[in-house]
Write a new protein. Sequence first.
Length: 295
Amino acid sequence: MPPQFQLTLQHDHCRVTFPAMASTCEVLLDTTDLSLALTLGQAARAEALRIEHKYSRYREGNPVWEINQSNGQTVSLDEETAALIDFSHSLWQMSEGRFDITSGVLRKVWTFDGSDKIPAQADVASVLPHIGWHKVSWQKPALTLPAGMQIDLGGVGKEYAVDKVFAIIQSRWHGACLVNFGGDLRAQGPRTDGRSWQIGIEKASGAASDQVVSLTQGALATSGDARRFLLKDGIRYSHILDPRSGWPVKNAPRSVSVMAPTCLQAGMLSSLAMLMGAEAETFLDQQKVRYWSER
């Protein structure tokens, strides 16, 4: 087996775990057939690592690196990458600029480590000229990123990976399964005994979870600031940044979990809700989706 790949037999199902995308990735399979679980688990891990290697901003030679090193020159993208850029473009439009894959450069001035180190306004302002999807020329498959700017697909990558791994499992096996990458998940059921998958929604406050969701088919994704924040003079600064100002979104929920048909849709809605701040719940009500928010 590959390093850090674990397959365990529970009393009525198999569980596969492996690290990827800075998360613990988990696949639950409604079978006790270890050989089948091994085959499906290895395929899941291979696909998760393929996506991580292709879209991580930390790796050289992949499409994100090529775009970020283009220095104002036009780059022609492959079909898969172009589809993710198209999706990100639609989120930028839908959120009126709140979701922006060029905003990753804000990490130069913001480090959400639980400390009280708030950057100076001048430092934040110095980064803003390098942010703004409206400055990018995008006509599929050709993308021209102005020199000095970068893109980061981390805002959609994990949810995209969940859906891709889910699709691979479904193409090879028709049993019930649950794909869970760091709390963003997608399920297929019911299980052979008729049960749904039981999902606990973690409290942002760290209190014991008192919300359990039964999921037979569909996806659930969560956005929040439970682990990434700054705290100064009694004010909590969320890691959810508004790319238009460079500062944390005000009055956002501590956590939002959204149920949707696909993980990419669920992640999109939970992320956009956080970016809406005080209007998060109003936004989700308008989308007519099932959700849980914590303030």
